[in-house]
Design a protein around this ligand. Structure first.
Ligand SMILES: NC(=O)c1ccc[n+]([C@@H]2O[C@H](COP(=O)([O-])OP(=O)(O)OC[C@H]3O[C@@H](n4cnc5c(N)ncnc54)[C@H](OP(=O)(O)O)[C@@H]3O)[C@@H](O)[C@H]2O)c1
Length: 285
């Protein structure tokens, strides 16, 4: 399947490019195609005529989105409106990556694909708007929501990923406090990329929640990283309130991977197994 990958060179896009290497894939990094430039997007897609377009491009620094709401909506929403209309015109399937932050986290059981988004932050609201445009303008769409992404390339939009940040902070020798009251499923981008490929190949349509299995708080996640690596930092839990980040985040954003099952696709690995594999592949252990 002829595929164009937007946001090329990013954390998830790097794994997608590798996983899809048997397909003819053109990865377009931000430097080559700005998804906010509607004419360039239309020209690029009309000339390449892909069967599949995968959009990983996003402005997803959650706290910065609060101040830079115009940029957040331009990249995460209005660019998707244009992209969806172009994909509909050229009859391509549009695969779009979204987030657990479309939910408020007030629920105490995993969110299914049928639950209604109710975001707390500008980032979450801009991603909900992007999903809406894609559903409205492009009938052949797959929206993949995931959470807590980490991958070998590191997120360019966040200057790395949580795992690398924790290792660096632990080695700095300074005391470290990590929030213990936000629960989610950390997800390895290699595992996610493999499942996205399976969903596309199976002809999936609509919204899919795709995360590694199991749940934890960010504090428990950090603790598991330190355990695997034998690190013993001066480390303790804190609360969302005491941490005081600019953007509100869901207290519980676990995503039930219900629709993967309906396509007969195996669930992803448990998050500690996926984390151990990442640490090995990255050369940390
Ligand atoms: N990271 C997470 O924890 C997480 C969790 C859930 C969902 N997601 C979603 O997963 C997707 C991929 O995230 P990731 O972790 O792979 O992040 P990433 O490494 O930051 O990848 C995003 C890519 O988008 C590019 N980009 C930003 N603005 C663009 C624009 N206007 N035009 C074209 N490209 C642009 C970035 O390039 P530059 O850096 O050069 O601008 C970057 O290469 C995003 O949709 C994000 O919302 C992420």
């Amino acid at each position: 399947m002829k595929t164009v990958l937007l946001g090329g060179g990013g954390q998830l896009a790097t794994d997608l490019e590798q996983v899809l290497s048997d397909w003819p894939v053109t990865a377009l990094p931000h430097s080559e195609l700005d998804v906010c430039n509607f004419d360039d997007v239309k020209r690029a897609l009309e000339s390449k005529k892909p069967d599949v377009v995968i959009n990983t491009a996003a402005f997803h620094h959650v706290d910065n989105c609060e101040d830079q709401w115009e940029r957040a909506f331009n990249v995460n929403a209005f660019a998707c409106q244009n992209l969806a209309a172009v994909c509909a015109d050229i009859d391509a399937t549009l695969v779009h990556i979204s987030t657990d932050y479309v939910f408020s986290g007030t629920q105490s059981k995993p969110y299914s694909e049928l639950d209604l988004p109710d975001p707390l932050s500008v980032y979450g609201a801009s991603k909900v708007a992007g999903e809406f445009f894609i559903k409205t303008y492009c009938p052949k769409h797959i929206i993949v929501r995931s959470s807590g992404l980490y991958g070998l390339a590191g997120a360019s939009g966040k200057g790395g990923n949580f795992v690398e940040t924790m290792i660096r902070l632990a080695k700095s020798g300074n005391p470290l406090h990590v929030v213990d009251d936000q629960i989610m499923a950390p997800t390895n981008t290699n595992d996610l990329a493999l499942k996205i490929a399976e969903v596309i190949a199976a002809g999936g349509r609509g919204i899919f929640h795709i995360t590694n299995q199991g749940i934890c708080s960010w504090y428990e996640y950090a603790g598991q990283i330190f355990d695997f690596l034998g690190l013993t930092p001066d480390f303790g839990p804190t609360t969302t309130e005491a941490y005081g980040a600019k953007a509100a985040r869901p207290a519980y954003s676990v995503l039930a991977n219900t629709r993967l099952e309906s396509l007969g696709i195996e669930p992803l690995a448990e998050w500690p197994d996926a984390l151990r594999r990442y640490l090995t592949d990255k050369g940390h252990m």
